[in-house]
Structures are given as C-alpha cells and as structure tokens.
Design a protein around this ligand. Structure first.
Ligand code: CA
Ligand code: CA
Length: 384
C-alpha cells in the first residue's frame, strides 16, 4: 500500500489510498490497468490482444500504450519482444487544498493584487511583459468559464468537456493568468494564453496515463509551458519519456514538489513528475518567505514560490483561498511566461537558467542555507 502524495480535501471528503500492484498473482485473470512501453518503432497492439487485453490509449510522441490486461498475462507481456516495460497505470492527484477562507461568489469584488503575486515582484514586470502570446497548458481538473479568465482552448482526456468540476484547475489557472481588469485577482502573467487539459476528475484524481496523454497533447499543440500541480510518489517510465520528449521539443515543464513535507527537511519526499530532471520542481513558501510546513523537500526542488493562503479564481464565477505546492507551481509557470515573452530568442533551457538565476542576476531571493538547498531550491522566484 503506497500512500498518495497528497489528496485535495473538499469538505470532509478524504481521498482513498490506492493499491499499487507490486506482486502479480500468477493465477488471477482480474483485469489490470497497465502501461506498456515499447522499443522505438515496436508499438504492437496485436500482442496486447493476444494477451487477452484491450488498448485504452495510444500516444503520438512516445512508444507507449495504455491497456487493460488480465493480471496473469502481465509477466508474459513484459517478456515479449519489443516490450521494454509493463508498469501499473497508478493514480495521480492534485496537490492543493482549500483552506478556511471559503469562497466569494457575487457580487464580483474590486480587483486586488494578491500577496503572492506581489511577493514575486510580478507587477513590476507588467510594463514590459505580460505573457502575451505564450501558450500555457494547465494539466489539471479543467478550467471553468469565469469572467476573470480567458481560456483559449484545451481538451478533456477523461470526458467530453474541459470545464472544471472540481475547482483546483480553475484556481491554478487564475494564478497564472487571471485578467488585469476591474474585478477579482490578477495572475502573474495576465495576458498568457491558457489551455485547459483535463486529466483529473471531480475528486482531483486521475491516472498517470492521463497525464502522459496530456503532455502528449501539449507537444502536438505546440504549448510553450506545461503546468502540473499534481503528483504521485511513484516513478513511471512512460511519464519520464513523454516529459523528456516535451522538454526536447522546447517546452518548459513545471510541477508541484508535493505536499508530503515533514519536520525533518533532510528527507526526500519530492513526488513525480516534479522529481524528473526535465521538470522544474516547485516548493511552497508563506508570507514570511518561510517554507510552508507541508512543502516537500529534496535535492530536486528547483525554486520556491508563494503557496499558502493564495486567493484565485474558482467555480461559479467565484474566488477561493487555497494552499499547496499546487498554488506555488503556477506562480512559476506565470513567471516563465513573462520570461519567455521578454526573451523570444532563448530556448527552454535558456529560460530555465534565467529562472534559476544562472548567471547571477537577482532573479531569485536565496532562502535558507546559502545557495541552492533542498528546501527552497535556488530560492524565491523574482519577476523582473
Ligand atoms: Ca482581474
Ligand atoms: Ca538557499
């Protein structure tokens, strides 16, 4: 039994934990959701059918199939020619939680610039760069129609509509790009183009193959930035491969480090996909620039951003206050959109270096122990 990296709590609803198959009972014909990774050019649907399985998803940019197969076929399939790995299609969950401040609905409040957006210095950048023309895919629970948001496009990989039925994705989207108008809040990059990629359901839960499909979609549709305020403690080769493919295609990938942090900050509890080298792992800080108590720690943490009591757009044209590395991640995605618009000649690696303050240019405030550390990464991001 593996504990989920985090669950979003809606009222008293607590997400169930999930079994990750690590031992396959040889005699069971119970259908299992798995991911099959093939060698280059060796994707083979016939061997899935031969194993009495069905194919549920195909992908454009990786040699992978998501399948359902009887448990007792897994070992045979894993040894089939051209198959590199068969791995469980485990659960991935949103990395944010609503806090006590509740939701504002009508009437629309006068616009305020929230503390987190000010803390990273975003308003000072807006006279030069607002993220205009930068495409940001929000791989999440979808994005709701909202007067303070413009959603340019998107896709649902778990149904027909990318509208948000949870609230998490809408909250994340507002942190990136809520409009600079007269109502509500302002995002870090208020003119960035939002794309809703729905892979998590109304409970904030989805399968890792959905996330793989979301990244696959982002590559096909030429996104500039992918925001993933979600995670799992488990490694997936398919996720690793598609994230690397996106990175090789010039996309910036940002993900929540996770909300599994404990008092002992020497423990590594950074989740996936944040833990992957192709992905920027984001930790959360509070209004005092201290680590949020829940923020995961580990050497993969790359930068920090505000993630405690963040007000943003929510369901039913409202606003909500939420906390989590889920909220810190879109601060970084927004900052990357600002950097990308301001530096059109830099590729994703060059933009990532700017974010991380390489070479030194005061783009981060070093926190904690001097230099990069496993609590804050390079430090608190600063837009310029
Ligand atoms: Ca606004
Ligand atoms: Ca430091």
């Amino acid at each position: 039994m593996k504990k989920l990296i985090v669950s979003i709590c809606i009222g008293l609803l607590i997400m169930p934990t999930v079994m990750t198959p690590n031992a396959y009972a040889a005699n069971s014909t119970q259908p299992k959701k798995m991911i099959v990774i093939f060698a280059d050019g060796k994707v083979n649907q016939d061997i899935i059918l031969k194993a009495k399985g069905t194919v549920s998803k195909e992908f454009k940019h990786v040699n992978v199939l998501a399948v359902t197969i009887p448990e007792n076929s897994i070992d045979t399939l894993a040894r089939a020619p051209g198959v590199i790995k068969v791995e469980p299609d485990f659960e991935v969950t949103a990395s944010g939680r609503t806090t006590t401040s509740g939701r504002v609905t009508a009437p629309p409040p006068a616009q305020t610039i929230e503390w987190g957006v000010r803390q990273i210095n975003a308003p000072n950048a807006w006279s030069h760069t607002t993220g205009a023309g930068i495409k940001v895919a929000v791989i999440d629970t979808g994005i709701a129609s909202h007067p303070d948001l413009t959603v340019v496009g998107g896709v649902s990989l778990i149904g027909t509509s990318y509208a948000d039925d949870n609230g998490h994705g809408t909250h994340v989207a507002g942190i990136i790009a809520a409009k600079n108008n007269t109502e509500g809040v302002v995002g870090v990059a208020p003119a960035a183009e939002l794309y809703a990629v729905k892979v998590l359901d109304r409970r904030g839960s989805g399968s890792v193959s959905n996330v793989v499909a979301g990244i696959d979609w982002a590559i096909t549709n030429h996104m500039d930035i992918i925001n993933m305020s979600l995670g799992s403690p488990s490694y997936s080769l398919a996720l690793d491969q598609v994230a690397q493919k996106a990175y090789d295609n010039g996309i910036l990938l940002v993900a929540a480090a996770g909300n599994e942090g404990v008092a002992d900050t020497t423990i590594n509890n950074v989740g996936y996909p944040a833990k992957l080298s192709s992905v920027i792992a984001v930790a959360a800080t509070d209004i005092n620039n201290s680590r949020a108590y829940f923020s995961s720690t580990g050497l993969e943490v790359e930068v920090s951003a505000p993630g405690v009591n963040i007000k943003s757009t929510y369901l039913k044209n409202g606003y909500a206050t939420m906390s989590g590395t889920s909220m810190a991640t879109p601060m970084v995605a927004g900052d990357l959109a600002l950097l990308k618009q301001a530096n059109p000649n830099l590729n994703n690696i060059g933009i990532r270096d700017l974010l991380d303050n390489i070479p030194p240019d005061q783009r981060v405030i070093d926190l904690g122990t001097q230099g990069r550390d496993s609590v804050y990464g390079f430090g608190l991001i600063q837009a310029r």
